[in-house]
Design a protein around this ligand. Structure first.
Ligand code: ADP
Length: 382
């Protein structure tokens, strides 16, 4: 194994947990992020700069042999130039270019017969032919549910954004699922067990994750086939999270793909033989892919620790600032719970500050324990 210089665009929690894992090997890790308080800043060779700026990305890439991303909103042109210089860029600029824009991403699903909700691409409101209810997704710039809205009825039409978007049929969702897939440069493909994502409606943010998902064997096979088709179609190698919907009639659709480490893969740290972070390292270094199975006889879960949200009438400013964690001892007291904090210097309502992974022997116990931990933990300001 040769020592490399690995460069990561983005210095958030995904990059931080990747770096934590990769540091057990011998490589040098470089990180680019606009904020010098980013979670990666203190644990890597940190460079402050804008990963959306072509020249900054090209300059940053000169330090590295292998470049990856922990966020998809980066300069694709910058990465293209680095590829031309002979640098290893994973995921490829081509794949990022497709995934970065929701319109292109939907077109890619259609082209490769990957089942996704019916849609139309529009440049402005005037082009919309769908009738409510429908979902509007901004073509670029959305994340964590921002840039996505449901237009329930004609009365909601005033909310429609006049911007390039995907307009999508509303799926009657039974379960939101995710599968993380690894594709190595030699073409080896491996998937992690499917997870179920349980959302917090109020915040539009993921709340819990449980794995393996409670779905039928046929549904598992169907999703694995989707993952295989996707991995064959997507140019280049990488770690990808495919987010899916299972509707109330049992039909499966792809919602979207993230070309990177994913929140739904955090539980792999403590519930699987190897984590998504280890797997990305293996892909970047073109090493044999890791065993992704769940540990024997367990079900796994993950709970996001997010900044408290002010109750009605409370002042939002009191919930933004230096974080103060309450109740984390409850997690540490449990023999089956694992705490991961992201080292963020400031909390905000709904901001992801950390997570807890939990192993249990049944779904009932798992859900009970996740709920009870959630109730006992809060993130406030001092
Ligand atoms: P983001 O990229 O910001 O995470 P998503 O595309 O995942 O946005 O959408 C956020 C949430 O909106 C999804 O998790 C789902 O709950 C809901 N949603 C998105 N598309 C649809 C759809 N076609 N039908 C029903 N709900 C949807």
């Amino acid at each position: 194994m040769q020592k490399s210089k690995i460069g990561i665009l983005g210095g958030g929690q995904l990059g931080r947990m990747f770096t934590q894992e990769a540091l057990k090997y011998e490589d040098d890790i470089f990180v680019l992020d606009p904020s010098n308080e980013a979670p990666c800043a203190k644990i890597s060779t940190f460079i402050q700069g804008d990963f959306n700026d072509e020249n900054t990305v090209i300059e940053f890439g000169q330090n590295a042999d292998i470049i990856t991303v922990e966020i998809e909103h980066v300069s694709v042109k910058g990465l293209e130039s680095l590829e031309k210089q002979g640098k290893k860029v994973i995921p490829s600029s081509h794949a990022l270019g497709i995934i970065q824009q929701k319109q292109k991403q939907k077109g890619f699903f259609q082209e490769h017969r990957l089942p996704s909700p019916k849609f139309e691409n529009v440049e402005s409101i005037a082009e919309i032919t769908f009738h409510p209810p429908f979902v509007q997704k901004l073509n670029t710039g959305g994340y964590d549910g921002k840039g996505v809205q449901i237009i329930k009825s004609d009365a909601d039409r005033y909310k429609i954004w006049d911007a390039p978007s995907v307009i999508e049929e509303l799926v009657d969702i039974d379960k939101e699922l995710s599968i993380i897939i690894a594709k190595s440069p030699t073409g080896e493909v491996s998937t992690f067990p499917i997870t179920e994502m349980l959302a917090n409606e109020e915040l539009n943010l993921l709340d819990f994750n449980i794995s393996p998902a409670r779905i039928s064997n046929n549904q598992i096979l169907e999703i694995e086939l989707i993952a295989k088709t996707f991995s064959e179609a997507i140019p280049g190698s990488g770690l990808f999270a495919i987010e899916l919907f299972l509707d109330k009639e049992g039909k499966i659709y792809i919602n979207e793909v993230a070309p990177r480490l994913h929140n739904s893969g955090h539980l792999t740290q403590d519930c699987c033989y190897n984590s998504q972070f280890e797997q990305l390292y293996r892909i970047l270094k073109n090493l044999p892919l890791a065993n992704t199975s769940m540990l024997p006889n367990i079900v796994g879960g993950m709970l996001n620790i997010v900044g408290d949200v002010p109750k009605l009438g409370e002042v939002e400013e009191n919930y933004s600032g230096e974080p103060h964690y309450i109740g984390l001892e409850k997690c540490l007291e449990k023999p089956n719970a694992y705490l991961h904090l992201y080292g963020k210097t400031s909390t905000k309502p709904g901001r992801k500050m950390g997570h807890i992974n939990l192993v249990a022997t049944s779904y009932e116990v798992l859900q009970e324990e996740l709920q009870s931990l959630k109730k006992s933990i809060s993130v406030r300001t001092k």
